[in-house]
Ligand binder design. Structure first.
Ligand SMILES: CC(=O)SCCNC(=O)CCNC(=O)[C@H](O)C(C)(C)COP(=O)(O)OP(=O)(O)OC[C@H]1O[C@@H](n2cnc3c(N)ncnc32)[C@H](O)[C@@H]1OP(=O)(O)O
Ligand SMILES: N[C@@H](CCO)C(=O)O
Length: 377
């Protein structure tokens, strides 16, 4: 089991936003993070794991206090595992804007009330700015490896572009150099589902017990998750698993649900039990902001800054983050191996489900010397 801690980072400067209390910065920022293993005396064995949209700092381990759900990357971390804790010090922060310990819309603003609608817009770069501040607090000048999938991969590539000298190796899974119109469109429908729920109350809904779970626009959040979950899985998988079957114990002809409808209802209902709708909106907007090339002369110019030895992997059946986006990352990063395609029936969520494939890539990358390539900016 890892150790969950909190780091107070003070005010974090933001790209686009101002707040009532501190112009251009978010005050009183705290990041929750979990660690495994020990930082070596020369501080050269640190690995940063970055979670996706609704993930958290609990990469591996059982559910328990502070961790309502078990780890989302199974056996990736531990003695003898790909991220071998006898050798590596692994750090996993909860994302800025999230709701699993880090500062987000459900957190208290300086006046003691929840931020709610006053929480500022964030960009992927703001989230990485906070993670850089966390690395400074931990005394980690350079990561042996930074890895993440989906929104975690967005932050990972942003890290490697923003602070190339601090990223020796990089792994990008099922992600993109910039959110596409298609991805923004899917996110838009999800956000509209939440904000159209009358219980949204402009983002200032009453939050239960400080964390907002199962309070506020739960119907809208559940629909948002259902829309998202369809994009996370492949049409072929849904056809094979559910086909046109009725849900067990229900008959469609008598007003019951198809099995696939029941499956989506289940995933929507599960998310509202563990996630704040305000965080969902803020994090989705941050994903939409993602463009490593913004104000850097475009995507290729930005990727040319990366000096890390890099592995990029896409999921063949991913309809949300098509492999062409991964191909562009691999082509643009000087130190990248040829693109890896992970074969999975599961679509985008394959980066979570195909843990053995991910573990193999991680072990291989860590075995390689972190030869620096390309140019420092
Ligand atoms: C990197 C990150 O941090 S991302 C965070 C990842 N975690 C999450 O997203 C949590 C939500 N879970 C998921 O999205 C997925 O379950 C994954 C990706 C984690 C795992 O996928 P899989 O193992 O393929 O699970 P799958 O999608 O089949 O869902 C299984 C669930 O659906 C339920 N289910 C399956 N069929 C049906 C049905 N016909 N009707 C109702 N429920 C159903 C199962 O009972 C099971 O429920 P449980 O999760 O409460 O035990
Ligand atoms: N199931 C993942 C997919 C997003 O990439 C999540 O909820 O974070």
């Amino acid at each position: 089991m890892g150790n969950r801690r909190f780091a107070g980072l003070g005010a974090v400067p933001l790209e686009w936003s101002t707040t009532t209390w501190s112009e251009g910065a978010l005050p009183g920022v705290r990041l929750a993070y979990e660690t495994w293993g020990e930082l070596s005396p020369d501080r050269d064995n640190a690995v940063l794991v970055l979670h996706a949209l609704t993930g958290d700092s609990h990469v591996v381990g059982a559910a328990g206090p502070g961790h309502p759900t078990p780890g989302w990357w199974g056996h990736l971390i531990g003695p003898g595992q790909a991220l071998d804790t006898d050798r590596w010090f692994v750090v996993a922060p909860n994302i800025l804007g999230g709701c699993q310990g880090s500062t987000g819309p459900a957190s208290a603003a300086p006046d003691g009330e929840p931020w709610g609608s006053r929480f500022p817009r964030l960009t992927t770069r703001d989230q990485v700015t906070a993670e850089i501040a966390l690395a400074d607090v931990l005394g980690i000048d350079s990561w042996a490896l930074v890895l993440g999938g989906s929104a975690g991969g967005m932050r990972a590539v942003e890290w490697a572009v923003t602070a190339p000298e601090r990223v020796e190796r990089l792994m990008l899974l099922a992600t993109t150099p910039a959110a596409s119109a298609d991805q923004i469109a899917w996110c838009h429908a999800q956000v509209r589902a939440i904000t159209a729920d009358p219980a949204w109350a402009g983002g200032d809904f009453a939050r239960g017990a400080g964390d907002g779970r199962r309070s506020g626009p739960v119907a809208g959040l559940a629909v948002a998750r259902q829309i998202a979950h369809i994009t996370y899985r492949s049409a072929d998988e849904l056809a094979v698993r559910f086909g046109r079957s009725d849900q067990a114990g229900e008959a469609v002809s008598a007003g019951g649900r198809y099995a696939v409808e029941s499956y989506l209802d289940h995933h929507g209902d599960k998310l509202v039990g563990r996630f704040d709708a305000g965080s969902y909106v803020i994090l989705t907007d941050a994903m939409n902001s993602h463009d490593v090339g913004r104000d850097r002369g475009g995507i290729e110019a930005a990727l040319a800054r990366v000096t890390a030895r890099t592995v990029v992997a896409g999921i063949g059946s991913d309809r949300l983050y098509p492999v062409a986006q991964s191909e562009r990352l691999a082509a643009g990063i000087t130190g990248a191996d040829p693109l890896v395609i992970i074969h999975s029936d599961h679509g985008h969520d394959g980066f979570l489900i195909e843990v053995d494939a991910v573990a193999g890539l991680v072990a291989g990358l860590l075995d390689e010397a972190p030869v620096r390539t390309g140019r420092l900016p």
